[in-house]
Design a protein around this ligand. Sequence first.
Ligand code: AMP
Length: 395
Amino acid sequence: MNILVVNAGSSSLKYEVFTVEDNVYTSVAEGLVERIGESVGAITMKLNGNKDKQERTFADHKEALAAVLDHLGEHGLVDDLAVVGHRMVHGGEEYTKPTQVTEEILKDLDKLSPLAPLHNPPCITGVRAAMELRGDVPHVIVFDTAYHATLAEDAYRYAVPKEWYTNHGVRRYGFHGTSHKYVANTAVRELGLDPNNHKVITAHLGNGASITAIKDGKSIETSMGLTPLEGLVMGTRSGNIDPAIPFYIMRQTGMSAQEAEDALNRQSGLKGVCGDNDARAVEERADSGDADAKLALDLFAHRVRGYIGEYSAHLGGLDAIVFTGGIGENSATMRAAILEPLAHMGIEIDPARNDVREFNEAGTRVISTGAVKVIVVLTQEQEQIARESVELLGL
Ligand code: AMP
């Protein structure tokens, strides 16, 4: 059988197709539609090692997905389609498990949009489009927040007026759950840790970045909160700041709440400090002596390191640290910068193993020499969504 996974953003749509045989998931096609709704869009399709990119116009998500399905259909990849799995960012308190989509569920999910105004509405649009085009197969939504539903109340509540929580859902939810779950499970398996007795920290470091403490397979702490703005320094997001800063800067400059929110989401992080949000470009600049770029990377590493200390305290020890995401998987410099001062915690890495780029068949590489294992894991969010969709339906 084939599984299609769709990840719809505001003006983009990512997809991947898996064939499943004997519980082995093989990615057979993937791609991306960009600039949906703009005058010139683009569709990129990767199939059998060939990549094809065409400029075309896509009025909406339905047209984009129709083009994807046409292309996949030409190669016979959606004839045996068993399920479409969708990624949704926010599930609120209610949606903590993969959920088969119905019209009632979609209406109910609309109510969560204020919690994730940038992310949830386009995803709902994508699900509706997919259901119109392939109403003959079941559709499942997998929520980015779901893995963190195991946080205890002292971890998920903020010390703010109680009504903010009871009336408006103001609490910590956490994100990137699909990735944290996939890489944690993979690391536990590859390192031979006891699935029911382990203390692991997963660092998903990409353009968006978050870090999670996992005890015995359950997320007990994670750095993102009500929204994906909390926590680590990111490409364009500030992560943690003094909560008084937006009010101060609004009074000082006359900025509106919307403008301040935008500045913290889009003009901050690495970009705010040095003008570039792409970590690779920032590293190149730092290597050639650019002080702002170096500072941006130092801030990024400093914050991750602080969380490793904090989460070791919450876990009461540490068996393994897992790196994933574009930066976590690829940047030996960043991994070394984060971990270098942590030898006193039993965290030491082999520079040679840190520097090589090869991964084993499971998409992992152990780089530690100390008591705490350090492992790099290539994240597979789409595969995880496919697996959870299949499991839910018992296919
Ligand atoms: P993601 O959001 O997970 O796709 O990660 C994107 C981030 O990973 C961008 O900031 C990239 O610059 C960064 N990245 C990808 N490859 C490298 C690399 N070889 N070295 C440093 N950063 C990288």
